[in-house]
Design a protein. Sequence first.
Length: 326
Amino acid sequence: MASSSSFVVAAIFSLCFLSCAFAELQRFEHAPKSDGSLSFLVVGDWGRRGDYNQSQVATQMGRIGEMLDINFVISTGDNFYENGLKDIDDKAFEDSFTNIYTAKSLQKQWYSVLGNHDYRGDVLAQLSPSLRKIDSRWLCLRSFVVNAGIAEIFFIDTTPFVELYWTNPKDHTYDWREVSSRKDYMETALKSLESALRESSAEWKIVVGHHTIRSAGHHGDTQELVDLILPLLKAYNVDFYINGHDHCLEQISDFDSPIQFLTSGAGSKAWRGDVKNNYCQLKFFYDGQGFMSLQLTQTDAQIVFYDVHGNVLHKWGMSKQLSMPK
Ligand SMILES: *[C@@H]1O[C@H](CO)[C@@H](O)[C@H](O)[C@H]1NC(C)=O
């Protein structure tokens, strides 16, 4: 009797442990500058062995990165075209990353998410720690959190959310290892994102994923994310949602919350020309190549978009009141 009830207790305990454990995102600490401020660059949709102005964008990232004394770089995914990496020995890793982003200021940690094109190769290769032996800047995981003092950045792997990739992949093959079933994957991802957002007390909350939530570009909004992720961003006062996928630079303000939707997906091939001008909250749209910077202090945020020559295309700032000491 005693042993069977303690078995039940142990079973309940381990069930709880399992469900609590799977809801925890892996966390990384990244120290801000000595004055507590933080700055970083964001680039997306880039890996083309330097072609389509990827190298020119990289050069300007180096220059701006130096000027802003950046802490790290964020990649919004579609890291290697057309079909991700073949395996961990794929030379595309060096040809499109290591040998392209060579500037001194870019020799910082890169935090990357996966894009849909990355799923068309060996998806586990990009997640593999062995790439870090080739280039220690590389860190790409499915979903994780970077705690950088005043800001907490929540990275989420959005590709499995998009139903069409599963139901109508056309002539593409997606590497769904570790994320099928889609339903289980989404449940876990949403649960872990929600629990990390709920626990966060950072001044700035930033969520990064490959796919758009709001976009005036070619792909437009991603309905699955509008339905499932946007409510979490609103409920937990997220400041910025940052994505790639549309090969452009853009800023859209939410119409009923302070959330800014920032697209930085212009790391190489761009110029699609199809702008959906009917987006009334569109603050800025550019369909050429470039990248974005974000500078944060405890009370102020400044977002800047740059073109392939490093010229400033658009600047936007906001301030908020210091939160009451807890
Ligand atoms: C490279 O950038 C320049 C300047 O924006 C642009 O005119 C040109 O079309 C770009 N090249 C490619 C291949 O996209």
